[in-house]
Design a protein around this ligand. Structure first.
Ligand code: ADP
Length: 341
C-alpha cells in the first residue's frame, strides 16, 4: 500500500472519529472555509439549496470532510456516492429521485463518472428532472421524473479530466492546497487529544514536517506512533519515539516514502523521458496512483541543484517545498523526465 493513498476500510472508522464536526474545528484553508460559510449562510437565508460545488485537490486534504460540513451547515443529511460506484443511469436515478429538498449529494472521484452519467446529471442539476429510459431500441419509451432542488458536491483529484461543460455547471469551485506544518501540528494535537495521547511539541513539529502537507498522512503517522508508544510503554510521544516510528515507516526527512524514492530512482536511471505506463511498470504501481498521488507531491519539491534528479534522485538532493509552491508547480508539466503519454 502507498502510505499516503486513499484510506483502507479499517481506517474509515478512525477517520470518522477524528473528522471535524464544524467549520470551527476545520483547521486551515481559511479562505475556502470562509467562502463556504458565507455561501451556506446566504443559501439558508433564501431557503435555497447551496450552489453545486466542486472541491479539487490531492487525496487526504479534507474534501470529504468539507462535504460533511456543507451538509451540516445546510442542516441536511449528506448522501454519499462515488464516480466508480456509478456505472449506469439507473444507479443514479434512484439516488436522485429520492433526494429531499436542498439535500446534499456528495460524489467522490467525480472525474471517474462515466460520460453518459455526467450528461444525465446535467438535467438533474439544472432542470430538476431526469429522463429514464423504459425500453431501449426503436420505439423505446422514456419517462421524465422530477428531482428536488439539491446540491451536488463533487470531489476530484483530477480537475483537468472533467469536461469544461461539466465544470461550468458548478457555481462554487474550491481548490485545496497542502497544509503548512503549523496547521498540521494543530490537526495532530487535536487528534491526539481525542485519542487521549500526549504528544510533545517538538514531536508534533517533526511529524507535521514529514506529513507532506496532508492531514490524512499526519493522522496515519500519529496512529503508528501511538502504537509504538503504547508497546514501548511511553506515556508521552516525545521526539525520540516520533523519530523511531518515522524510521520504521521509512519516511525520510523530506516526508518521502520508499515508493517516492523508487519513482525518482527509476526516472533518474532511465536518463531520458519516460512514459507513465512504462514508469508504472518499472515501479510496480498503478498509473493513477502515480499521476494523482505521487507526482503532484513530488512536483512541489525543488531540486537542490539543476538536474538534481540525476544521478542520485533518491530524495537526498531535493529540498522541501516552499509554501504555495503548488502554484509554481502547476506551471510545470510533470516530474522532470516524465511524459504523460
Ligand atoms: P479527502 O476527501 O480530501 O481525501 P478527507 O476529508 O477524507 O480527505 O480527510 C482525511 C482525514 O484528514 C480525515 O480524518 C479528516 O478528518 C482529516 N482532515 C482533513 N482536513 C482537515 C482539517 N482541515 N482539519 C482537521 N482535520 C482534517
Amino acid at each position: 500500500m502507498v502510505f499516503h493513498d486513499t484510506p483502507e476500510p479499517s481506517e474509515a472508522e478512525f477517520d470518522r472519529s477524528l473528522r471535524p464536526g464544524s467549520f470551527a474545528e476545520f483547521v486551515g484553508q481559511d479562505q475556502i472555509r470562509d467562502n463556504l460559510r458565507i455561501a451556506i449562510a446566504a443559501a439558508r437565508g433564501r431557503s435555497e439549496p447551496l450552489d453545486h460545488s466542486l472541491l479539487c485537490g490531492p487525496p487526504g486534504l479534507g474534501k470529504t470532510t468539507l462535504a460533511h460540513l456543507i451538509a451540516h451547515g445546510m442542516g441536511v443529511e449528506l448522501i454519499i456516492t462515488s464516480g466508480p460506484a456509478l456505472a449506469a443511469p439507473r444507479d443514479l436515478a434512484g439516488t436522485l429521485t429520492r433526494l429531499k429538498r436542498n439535500q446534499v449529494l456528495f460524489v467522490d472521484e467525480i472525474h471517474r463518472l462515466p460520460m453518459a452519467l455526467e450528461e444525465y446529471l446535467y438535467s438533474a442539476m439544472e432542470d430538476h428532472a431526469i429522463d429514464v429510459v423504459l425500453d431501449s431500441g426503436p420505439g423505446g419509451r422514456t419517462v421524465r421524473l422530477g428531482v428536488q432542488p439539491f446540491t451536488l458536491v463533487g470531489a476530484t483529484t483530477r480537475e483537468g479530466l472533467l469536461s469544461a461543460a461539466f465544470r461550468s455547471r458548478f457555481g462554487i469551485v474550491e481548490r485545496l492546497e497542502p497544509y503548512p506544518p503549523a496547521d498540521l501540528e494543530q490537526i495532530l494535537q487535536r487528534a491526539a487529544g481525542r485519542l487521549h495521547v500526549q504528544v510533545a511539541g517538538d514531536a508534533a513539529s517533526l511529524l507535521a514536517l514529514r506529513s507532506r502537507g496532508t492531514p490524512r498522512m499526519a493522522l496515519r503517522i500519529l496512529r503508528r506512533v501511538r502504537d509504538l508508544a503504547q508497546v514501548e510503554q511511553r506515556p508521552v510521544i516525545d521526539r525520540s519515539i516520533a523519530v523511531e516510528a518515522l524510521d520504521r515507516l521509512r519516511i525520510d526527512a523530506l516526508g518521502l516514502e520508499e515508493i517516492d524514492r523508487k519513482l525518482l530512482r527509476a526516472i533518474a536511471d532511465r536518463n531520458e523521458p519516460v512514459g507513465l505506463k512504462t514508469l508504472a511498470a518499472m515501479v510496480d504501481e498503478a498509473e493513477d496512483t502515480i499521476a494523482e498521488v505521487l507526482e503532484p507531491h513530488l512536483l512541489r519539491y525543488r531540486p537542490a541543484r539543476a538536474h538534481a534528479a540525476r544521478p542520485h534522485a533518491h530524495g537526498a538532493r531535493l529540498r522541501p517545498p516552499r509554501p504555495a509552491a503548488r502554484q509554481r508547480a502547476r506551471r510545470r508539466t510533470a516530474v522532470p523526465g516524465v511524459s504523460q503519454s
